[in-house]
Design a protein around this ligand. Structure first.
Ligand SMILES: Nc1ncnc2c1ncn2[C@@H]1O[C@H](COP(=O)(O)OP(=O)(O)O)[C@@H](O)[C@H]1O
Ligand SMILES: [Mg+2]
Length: 355
């Protein structure tokens, strides 16, 4: 008997299109002997719709997939999914959504209320991982090194610019300023001197009333994919992000401009350090109470120090995204990754009383 999997994509966040691309990848790769996919799209305005069979999930030139606003409405409530008042049976939900309303615990809460198993982290872990000002102290308490820094709230900044600027100066320039709940490097600025600070903080606050200011970590950017296999979090081989030197850091342009970045797998680093990064990745996953999957991003300094940047609970998930690539390099195919995720979802240890 096959299980019906609702793959949900699109959504209200700025990562709508990449989410659709990821869903197309899963649709093509999912094991049809075990699972029957049902494609559900959330429009940019937040409407839930059934995605027509002829929908094109791929990127064609400059045309990105977008969920149409006028599709057949899908409803979800405490008793599950329905279309035109008729209940549709769904065994597992795969919420392939990034950012707010997708990766932040909100849809996870909705699925908990509807009592439907779902892929990935639960309410708490999703919400905490989304907000770096909460995730960082938890990582630090678990013994994982984080960049030094603090939160600058919009209201405080408006009243105490001089005092806060003096505190930031004690970190030593350059500093990085970024929104606490950001993504894709949006609103992130490297600030080399005090005169650039105001603009950078205003930019971060345009995304989030909480900005994070951190001292600059110099080093390679290393990523590790964690996947729950038979109930245990496993770490993939680690990869090194290669950024075209014309970019000052791994910013939005570098991330999404074609061929500006790539990943070297495995990272050209000593075996011992790679193992340490894998251990830290699993520790980060466990410390936040994650389930299913996470991509954990680090810096590796020239002195060999491993510093966590962030943990993403729903990383990019197209067949060529970093997460599946890291598992492929570890001997687990895209289709197998999907099957592990769906099996983990049925264990339900991401439930409100799980993990
Ligand atoms: N403290 C820091 N030191 C050096 N580079 C940083 C620092 N914080 C962020 N960056 C750079 O900005 C990028 C995006 O920051 P990150 O915290 O990962 O936010 P996002 O969620 O937007 O990806 C990082 O990949 C890195 O290149
Ligand atoms: Mg990042």
């Amino acid at each position: 008997m096959t299980l019906r999997v609702a793959i949900i994509c699109g959504g209200r966040s700025s990562e709508h299109e990449i989410s659709c691309t990821s869903a197309g990848g899963v649709l093509r790769a999912i094991d049809r002997n075990q699972y029957e996919p049902v494609m559900i799209g959330i429009t940019k305005s937040g409407k839930w719709t059934l995605i027509p069979d002829d929908f094109d999930f791929s990127i064609r030139g400059d045309v990105l997939p977008v969920i149409a606003e006028d599709g057949v409405p899908v409803a979800i409530g405490p008793d599950g999914f329905s279309i035109n008042g008729e209940k549709i049976a769904i065994d597992i939900v795969f919420p392939l959504l990034h950012g707010p309303y997708g990766e932040d615990g909100t849809i996870q809460g909705l699925l908990e209320i509807a009592d439907i198993p779902f892929v990935g982290s639960g309410v708490l872990a999703s919400a905490v991982a989304m907000d770096k000002s909460f995730a960082k102290p938890i990582f630090a308490a678990a013994g994982i090194a984080v960049a030094e820094g603090f939160v600058v709230r919009e209201g405080d900044w408006a009243k105490e610019k001089v005092k806060i600027s003096a505190e930031i100066a004690t970190l030593g320039y350059p500093v990085f300023v970024k929104p606490a709940r950001g993504g894709s490097s949006r609103g992130t600025t490297k600030v080399s001197s005090a005169d650039q600070l105001h603009k950078a903080i205003a930019e971060a606050h345009s995304f989030d009333p909480k900005a994070l200011v951190e001292n600059e970590v110099r080093g390679r950017e290393i990523e590790c994919a964690v996947l729950e296999i038979d109930g245990l979090p496993r770490a993939s081989v680690v990869g090194q992000i290669e950024i075209d030197p014309q970019f000052e850091f791994y910013d939005f342009q570098a991330k999404y401009l074609h061929s500006a970045t790539s990943i070297t797998l495995p990272a050209p680093i000593p075996e011992k350090i790679a193992r340490e990064i894998q251990e830290q990745a699993v520790k980060a996953f466990t410390s936040l109470g994650c389930s299913g999957l996470a991509r954990v991003d680090f810096f590796l300094t020239p002195a060999g120090e491993v510093i966590i940047t962030e943990l993403n609970t729903m990383p990019g998930f197209t067949a060529t995204s970093v997460f599946p690539k890291m598992w492929e390099a570890s001997g687990v195919s895209y289709q197998e990754v999907i099957s592990h995720l769906l099996k983990s979802a049925l264990r339900r240890n991401n439930g409100v009383l799980g993990n």
